[in-house]
Design a protein around this ligand. Structure first.
Ligand code: SF4
Length: 232
């Protein structure tokens, strides 16, 4: 059984093509710009078996055009590594493309054997690098980025396809010095198929109000479109 926050039947922003997206519960990070604070609690949401989740996704298989398939996101999906492995194993038997949307924070915290079993049935990793500078990363997420950067290198070493995602937040990540450092780091990886610069947005603010949590980035505005394009 795994803890699921929600499903999205026609996702177009979490991997290639049209995708069924599974959002899992639980995340150890506390990113200041998180727009899904309702996924943070581990044992919440609704519990499903891997078979139930896969069967739900497979109902939409005929819509998975343009290289589409299924993305498992969160929260942090690698908190439930074995559950995701089971879902992806069923999907691979049905020739469905699988993508794992992760912060990489669990690297080094789960057994290598379990990690490799998951990667065996994962076609693409969407790896979110929150900040290239360790100190700024800690301020932004309450965690070091060391394991995450090691995970990026590991994925490069094993030749797993990766899309890198980076959220551009004015005053936090939108800084040419850090962006150049990130670009330099990425240039050392052999497996990066795409880099997505995602503009920070304030759509999650309403969820904080509902949960009774102070919104940490109050007053921070999304970046200008031109700035996002230039960075990209
Ligand atoms: S890793 Fe994702 S879900 Fe977790 S706090 Fe950060 S943005 Fe939110």
């Amino acid at each position: 059984m795994g803890y699921v926050h929600s499903f999205e039947s026609f996702g177009t922003v979490d991997g290639p093509g049209i995708r069924f997206v599974v959002f899992l519960q639980g995340c150890p990070m506390r990113c200041l710009y998180c727009h899904n604070p309702d996924t943070w609690t581990e044992r919440a949401g609704k519990s499903y078996t891997a078979e139930e989740v896969a069967a739900n996704a497979l109902k939409y298989k005929s819509y998975f055009t343009g290289g589409g398939g299924v993305t498992v996101s969160g929260g942090e999906p690698m908190l439930q590594t074995e559950f995701v492995t089971e879902i992806f194993s069923i999907l691979k038997k049905n020739d469905v493309h699988t993508a794992l949307d992760t912060s990489g924070i669990m690297y080094g915290r789960i057994e290598k054997q379990k990690l490799d079993a998951l990667l065996d049935v994962t076609d693409l990793v969407l790896l979110d690098i929150k900040h290239i500078d360790d100190e700024r990363h800690r301020e932004l997420t309450r965690h070091s980025n060391k394991g995450i950067l090691q995970f990026a290198k590991y994925l490069s070493d094993v030749g797993k396809d990766v899309w890198i995602r980076h959220v551009l937040v004015p005053g936090i990540t939108d800084d040419d010095v850090y962006l150049n450092r990130l670009a330099q780091f990425l240039s050392g990886l052999k497996n990066v198929k795409k880099v997505e610069v995602l503009p920070y947005h304030t759509m999650g603010e309403v969820k904080y109000a509902k949960l009774g949590i102070d919104y940490p980035l109050k007053g921070v505005m999304p970046p200008e479109k031109e700035r996002v394009i230039k960075t990209y």
